[in-house]
Design a protein around this ligand. Structure first.
Ligand code: NAD
Length: 295
């Protein structure tokens, strides 16, 4: 059994690392949060004090971190993952980052004969827990094939989609759709409520009509109808993903008018301190701003 290193034990990283433990791997973990490390050591993983300690002893090193800046900070430098990892090992970044971040890390890793794959995921915290994530992988095919068993420990639908950065690009495309769909759902529901419709009626009808979406299916009954937005996919992360889409489009010289508008909605939600809550909280934000005024 390979030794797995896992860096970043948050909403997604915690259940993914647990799945490696459950599957019998020797799992080394690191996070800046001591509590996050402790939660995994209780499950049978071994906590490391530095990423260097983790990288030195792992054959496959996974990272699930909030953004590209943090990914670069742990990968690079004298005591970073790339400097410390063994020749022949493989680094797999599961975070949602810009394609250029992965290209830079891939080039640095290659010089040290270390494989680097960008492998962002979709399926949320529930998919991470169940080991049923969709994983979109960019990088060298040979490296991808070597760690196929490990990827299937955390994902059900695992896709190799070509060169380094393609996984990231695919994830940006997916999350652009999710962010726009959720922002549209929130304003549509608030308009409906203003017209006198209730959430239950709208959900019942939309779920069998042409307005339905993943956002409606995954968010209505779980978060919006009970009015509870803990856990799930954080507003701050969705806002970051739309920023990645806008930056990528700028480089490609194309406008993204829907994305630009949706990005402002999540920006407003962050400014209103909803950053850690599930993205469906934008419905509550509109309800509070619009409906409270009309009462
Ligand atoms: P999170 O904020 O819950 O977890 C991130 C973890 O990284 C935290 O435990 C934090 O302490 C740790 N961390 C931060 N800086 C660190 C550092 N320098 N070194 C080590 N650890 C550090 O985020 P998450 O929801 O688990 O998301 C992780 C990644 O997966 C993000 O890129 C996100 O966009 C992506 N993603 C999230 C979801 C979701 O539903 N939450 C779904 C798909 C993809």
């Amino acid at each position: 059994m390979k030794t797995i290193g896992f860096i970043g034990l948050g909403a997604m990283g915690n259940p993914m690392a647990k799945n490696f433990v459950k599957n019998g791997y020797n799992v080394l973990v690191y996070d800046v949060s001591e509590n996050a490390v402790e939660a995994l050591t209780k499950e049978g993983a071994k906590g490391c004090d530095t990423v260097a300690e983790l990288a030195e002893s792992s054959e496959v090193i996974f990272a699930s971190l909030p953004n590209g800046k943090i990914v670069e900070s742990i990968m690079t430098g004298e005591a970073g993952v790339i400097a410390s990892a063994k020749k022949g090992s493989c680094i797999v970044d599961l975070s949602s980052v810009a394609p250029e971040t992965s290209v830079r890390m891939y080039e640095l890793a290659k010089k040290k004969e270390i494989a680097y794959l960008d492998a962002p995921v979709s399926g949320g915290v529930a998919g991470a827990g169940a080991g049923t994530l969709t994983i979109m992988v960019g990088g060298d095919r040979e490296a991808f094939e070597k760690i196929s068993t490990e990827l299937h420990c955390i994902g059900k639908n695992v896709f190799y989609i070509g060169k380094t950065g393609n996984g990231d690009a695919m994830k940006i495309v997916n999350n652009l759709m999710l962010g726009c769909n959720m922002a549209a759902l929130a304003e549509a529901l608030t308009l409906g409520e203003k017209c006198g419709l209730d959430l239950e009626t709208m959900n019942r009808i939309v779920s069998i009509s042409s307005g339905r979406s993943y956002a409606q299916e995954a968010k209505m009954e779980k978060f919006i109808m009970p009015g509870s937005f803990e856990g799930g996919f954080a507003v701050a992360l969705q806002h970051k993903d739309l920023a990645l889409a806008l930056e990528t489009a700028k480089k490609e010289k194309m406008p993204l008018p829907m994305t630009a508008a949706a990005s402002q909605v999540y920006g407003l939600a962050e400014a209103m301190e909803y950053g850690r809550q599930d993205i469906s909280v934008v419905t509550k934000m509109w309800e509070d701003l619009i409906l409270a005024k009309s009462e």
